[in-house]
Design a protein around this ligand. Structure first.
Ligand SMILES: Cc1ncc(COP(=O)(O)O)c(C=O)c1O
Length: 410
């Protein structure tokens, strides 16, 4: 039965007349199943989110990645509140919390230096500036989404061609493609930025083939190219120090964000002294809010909670179970579909020849799930949080299976 979404649609109409598109980009109704998904959430606690029509869902999206412990986690929130009440958050100068966080991140990642920022886009943009300044070269090779700033946005409107022209996309897991680009733009490439785990919108999550990441590192080293891991999605999810310990490849710069603050806006660029020190006087980086401490307290508390409760290991156990069950379920369907994302980024996608058929299947599949109060996004993989209980995970798997049964009746 269709969820009651009267308040969501009413508010959307109102906000639409006062804000372009009503809500921004990935939150727009066309990115879900139109008229089936809520548009506004009222509140969240633990693993559940409630919309403004009072429907409560099991949250499998985790705020698009940041929620790694759970919503409104007391351990994190109480420390943030205490800090605001006792010390304040937006002071003209930096508070010592910044040093504590920087020290902790450098320890975890084995880096010399770190800069704390707010969003993933801040961090990726700073990383490519550092790479350009360090090498004195212009071109950036990229593969995947790295944020909304001019150098990497997919949309061309409003962006200078001269800026975009110096950013070139390469194909994931295709070493020859990168070798060819290096030959073509000889001595002009400043940096190569990559998601070590490839999670493109609407497509299967892909993992690096053996030696791919280490071969890229060798190529970068040989050609004086700064090697950058964009770990905005994978940090504090695959391990406490990202994919570098999984694939045993250390980049020149690590970019982290999302899960590091359990929902508070915080990101960082980490790396060795010689590259990072470009920011002493050569590369400009500043924002009124970068020094604010509440997000730093949130990050320190999140990291402490993850460490002392063994959260990543626990989340990975849940992920293993999800993978095992969903892989089995997708095998028995009459439509071509697959599970991807391994134990970290669960995603089901459809692979019939005709894209309209896939679209229809996808809509029906997710429509069923949202009606059963499982919140997933049709074009984006899910995430796992500490507050997902055994029952939550079982319910998710059960409803996915039921949704397939429903599809098979078509
Ligand atoms: C891999 C990756 N890099 C960068 C970004 C940009 O981060 P933000 O949205 O915090 O600016 C995202 C956002 O989803 C991302 O997934």
């Amino acid at each position: 039965m269709k969820n009651n979404l009267v308040n969501s649609s009413r508010l959307f109409k109102k906000i639409y007349s006062e804000s372009p598109g009503g809500v921004l980009a990935i939150r727009r109704p066309y990115n879900f199943v139109k008229n089936r998904y809520p548009i506004f959430f009222e509140e969240a606690k633990g693993s559940k989110v409630t919309d403004i029509d009072k429907n409560t869902y099991l949250d499998m999206m985790c705020g698009y990645g940041p929620i790694v412990i759970g919503h409104r986690n007391n351990f994190v929130d109480n420390r943030v509140i205490k800090h605001i009440k006792n010390k304040g958050n937006c002071l003209t100068l930096t508070q010592p919390t910044q040093y504590k966080l920087i020290k902790k991140l450098n320890q975890l990642y084995g880096t010399d230096k770190a800069i704390i920022l707010k969003t993933g886009s801040d961090a990726t943009s700073l990383a490519i500036r550092l790479a350009r300044s360090f090498t004195g070269k212009k071109i950036i090779l990229r593969c995947g989404y790295h944020g909304w700033h001019d150098w990497c946005t997919n949309d061309e409107n409003g962006v200078l061609k001269s800026v975009k022209k110096n950013t070139i996309e390469f194909k994931f897991n295709d070493l020859t493609h990168v070798e060819d680009l290096i030959k073509k733009y000889k001595n002009k490439i400043a940096g190569l930025i990559i998601w070590p785990i490839h999670t493109p919108l609407g497509q299967r999550v892909t993992f690096p083939t053996a030696k791919y990441l280490s071969s890229l590192k060798t190529l970068c080293k040989k050609n004086n190219i700064v090697y950058i891991f964009d770990e905005i999605r994978s940090c504090f999810r695959v391990s406490m120090n990202g994919t570098q310990s999984i694939y045993k490849v250390k980049p020149d710069l690590n970019i982290i964000g999302k899960a590091m603050g359990n929902g508070y806006p915080i990101s960082a660029v980490l790396g060795n002294k010689s590259i990072m020190d470009q920011a002493i006087s050569k590369v400009y980086v500043s924002s009124t809010f970068f020094a604010n401490s509440l997000d730093q307290i949130a990050a320190l508390s999140t990291i402490k909670y993850l460490e002392s409760n063994n959260v990543i290991k626990k989340n990975n156990i849940k992920g293993k179970y999800i993978k095992k069950k969903l892989e089995k379920i997708v095998k028995n369907q009459k439509f071509k579909c697959s599970y991807s994302g391994d134990i970290w980024f669960p995603f089901i996608s459809f692979h019939e020849k005709n894209e309209n058929v896939n679209k229809n299947l996808r809509n029906k599949f997710y429509e069923y799930l949202i009606e059963k109060k499982i919140f997933l996004a049709p074009y984006h993989h899910a995430y796992i949080m500490n507050d997902h209980s055994k029952n939550d995970i079982k319910k998710y798997i059960y409803e996915v299976e039921q949704s397939f049964k429903n599809l098979n009746k078509l």
